[in-house]
Ligand binder design. Structure first.
Ligand code: SAM
Length: 219
């Protein structure tokens, strides 16, 4: 057991150095979060030894835990502050939410597949991540009652930027969302500035579909 902890700690450190720092992620809070969160606990036991590899992995229900680098890139792009409240759409394994929870005051995360929602909730409890609030449902509508958020991250590919999410940002808030077709997307960042928005393209990416009222249709 103890041997495994040390083994995974080494793999985690190697992942941070070779996949994340080496590719230009510099935000110290992001790097420190990656050093702390035990990624191997967010995948099935059979995949634990691959958890720190440079690729996404299946988590069941035809969904994936994203490649570590893309999690780091999106997290850094959110320009987070310790007092921030952040909304994530697409809890999946819970890994991205756990990373965010190391950095900000509170994370709200929504998942549309019940089994993934339940599994992530119990892992957050086990790891005592008390600042993560979970919800089962369609995240494309955001979380009106808890809005506005300082930042919103969508971890599934949308056909277009969901306008409704921009409206749930504070002025000065940031939204990061993959937008494109069902096979490949561009990572889009929106900065909300008063009555205007600034949009930038952070480059290509590949996510599973965002399915819901303001995403893709089911089926
Ligand atoms: N952030 C996750 C992690 O760290 O493991 C990875 C997310 S996985 C690439 C995409 C997730 O988005 C899937 O679990 C999928 O069920 C979920 N999803 C897709 N459409 C959704 C929606 N409308 N609302 C909430 N979750 C959604």
């Amino acid at each position: 057991m103890e041997k495994d902890v040390i083994k995974y700690e080494r793999q985690r450190e190697e992942m941070v150095r070779s996949q994340i720092e080496a590719r230009g992620i510099k935000d110290p809070d992001v790097l420190s979060a990656f050093r702390r969160v035990p990624r191997h606990l967010f995948v099935s036991e059979a995949l634990r030894d691959q958890a720190y590899g440079d690729y996404p992995l299946p988590i069941g229900e035809q969904q994936t835990i994203s490649q570590p680098y893309i999690v780091a890139e999106m997290t850094q792009a959110l320009e987070l502050d310790k007092d921030d409240r952040v909304l994530e759409i697409g809890t999946g394994s819970g890994y991205q939410a756990a990373i965010l929870a190391q950095i900000v005051y509170r994370v709200y995360t929504i998942e549309r597949i019940r089994s993934l929602h339940i599994q992530a909730r119990s892992l957050f409890d086990k790891l005592q991540y008390h600042n993560i609030v979970t919800r089962y449902g369609d995240g494309t509508k955001g979380w009106q009652q808890e809005s506005p958020f300082n930042a919103i991250i969508v971890t599934a590919g949308a056909p277009e930027v969901p306008e409704i999410l921009i409206n749930q940002l504070v002025v000065g808030g940031r939204l990061v969302v993959p937008v494109g077709n069902q096979h490949t997307q561009e990572l889009i960042k929106i900065d909300r500035r008063g009555n205007s928005i600034q949009q930038s393209n952070l480059g290509g990416c590949r996510f599973v579909k965002l399915v819901g009222e303001y995403g893709w249709r089911d089926g």
